[in-house]
Design a protein around this ligand. Structure first.
Ligand SMILES: C[S@@+](CC[C@H](N)C(=O)[O-])C[C@H]1O[C@@H](n2cnc3c(N)ncnc32)[C@H](O)[C@@H]1O
Length: 429
């Protein structure tokens, strides 16, 4: 039988387990998997950086700090995303330089309808003097009191705008923001892309069809558990969106507000790596590519590069999109296969890549050639390391970054990914 002293000791472990911080960390599954942290958050940061920079310059020039409203904030993920935007990729000598420095943040106001998520947000950030949270339904318009000061950045992430199942509520929210802007504001909206490969069965050329999808939150479970729990899984109704539909919504909102809401940029986020690639719930041809990319970024775990090879199956009647995905597939697979070849041809004795590797054809797209060359240098310069699993811990994550750069460079902001993000500005005077 355990004595009292032993039991007293156990309290420390119980507390640690209850804190959740004693759990095994993995980037292979879950909301904050490797793709979310190393691809999705970073891609979003890269695209938003110049607009946040411009907004900050404007605020600085008028001796003001920046006020942020995160619409559909969940547990304040938007704060973490924005606070992590760097001025640029720092040099080796620099310490990391965040763009949104603490002194420049006036206030971050997170808005959400879900009480549990707001509690979670408050438990993480309740102590932070400049972060506040409020419960409101954004389909009822902008949650801003009559005499409350307006915000400079209205931010939303990870498909939040797809919760507007009726376009009227999206128009109203945008129009409210435009009306309440004093001089200058940036708006970031994030929808589910209509032409993501994940839900190819839902693609339609008639934009009055399949406006909202029945989105099953099945990806949080591993395959077997997913099937066992199929009947009890949560469903969301979410709007699928393409550029043409956004133009119509933004045009209507500008008209309603009497102020132009100007599109600055669109980008496709998570092109072949959306969460439903792994479930194949809406496309029987979808391959578990998110899982494969998660492995690339997982320390000490060796990836099977064959699991990264894409075999895109076209859909009749969508030539433009099929052409895009075919080109992307060819570039993606070429980079993966080339990296596999470099690994195979690395001569450990001579500490160099054998001469069997053919030169990179000049006919290849420029970004592909650059990423292939990059991988050649990565393998050549680190293959000899030996200690510390150079393939798993250096070469494979670098292949992940090279693939990420490839897809972000080739993206067209048309809704061909899990997320279609739009950045807009309202300028008065
Ligand atoms: C896809 S999640 C995104 C959460 C968070 N922004 C993130 O980046 O992870 C959408 C969020 O919008 C919230 N939401 C959905 N409908 C809403 C509504 N009508 N009004 C306010 N919040 C809503 C949900 O509770 C959820 O937190």
């Amino acid at each position: 039988m355990a004595n009292k002293a032993d039991n007293d000791q156990m309290g420390a472990y119980t507390e640690a387990v209850q804190s959740g911080l004693y759990a095994k960390q993995t980037g292979l599954v879950g909301k904050y998997d490797n793709v979310r942290r190393y691809w999705e958050d970073e891609i979003t940061r890269d695209f938003i950086r110049p607009h946040l920079q411009e907004l900050m310059n404007y605020k600085r020039s008028s001796m003001q700090r920046i006020r942020i409203m995160d619409i559909g904030c969940g547990s304040a993920d938007g704060y973490e995303l924005l606070a992590g935007i760097r001025q640029r990729d720092p040099d080796l000598q620099d310490s990391q330089i965040n763009l949104l420095t603490p002194d420049m943040l006036g206030v971050y106001c997170g808005v959400d309808l879900n009480e549990d998520l707001l509690h979670q947000a408050a438990s993480y950030y309740g102590h932070h003097p400049k972060l506040e949270f409020r419960q409101a339904d954004f389909t009822q318009g902008l949650p801003l009191d009559k005499d409350e000061r307006s915000y400079d950045l209205y931010f939303a992430s990870y498909g939040t705008w797809s919760h507007h199942n009726q376009d009227e509520t999206a128009v109203r929210l945008l129009a409210d923001i435009a009306r309440r802007t004093d001089e200058y504001a940036i708006i970031v909206c994030d929808w589910l892309g209509r032409y993501s490969y994940e839900w190819q069965t839902l693609w339609t050329n008639d934009l009055t069809e399949n406006r909202n999808m029945d989105y099953v939150v099945s990806y949080i479970y591993e395959k077997e558990e997913r099937e066992a729990r199929r009947d009890e899984l949560q469903h969301l109704t979410l709007r699928l969106m393409c550029r043409q539909e956004i133009d119509a919504i933004v045009g209507a909102a500008s008209k309603e507000a009497g102020t132009e809401i100007k599109p600055l940029r669109f980008f496709d986020r998570s092109i072949l790596t959306g969460r439903h690639m792994d479930t194949a719930d809406y496309n029987p041809h979808a391959q578990p590519l998110r899982q494969a990319v998660n492995v690339l970024h997982e320390s000490n775990v060796r990836a099977d590069l064959n699991s990264l090879l894409v075999n895109y199956v076209p859909k009749a009647g969508f030539d433009f999109i099929n052409d895009y995905f075919e080109h992307l597939q060819m570039c993606w697979n070429t980079l993966v296969e080339y990296t596999g070849m470099l690994l195979k041809e690395y001569d450990h004795e001579k500490e160099e890549i054998s001469t069997n590797i053919r030169p990179i054809p000049a006919s290849y797209p420029e970004v592909l050639r650059r990423m292939m060359e990059r991988m050649r240098r990565v393998v050549e310069n680190t293959g000899w390391l030996g200690i510390g699993l150079p393939r798993e811990n250096v070469i494979e994550p670098q292949l992940g970054y090279a693939l990420r750069h490839l897809v972000t460079t080739l993206q067209q902001g048309q809704g061909c990914a899990h997320g279609l993000v739009g950045v807009f500005e309202v300028k008065k005077g």
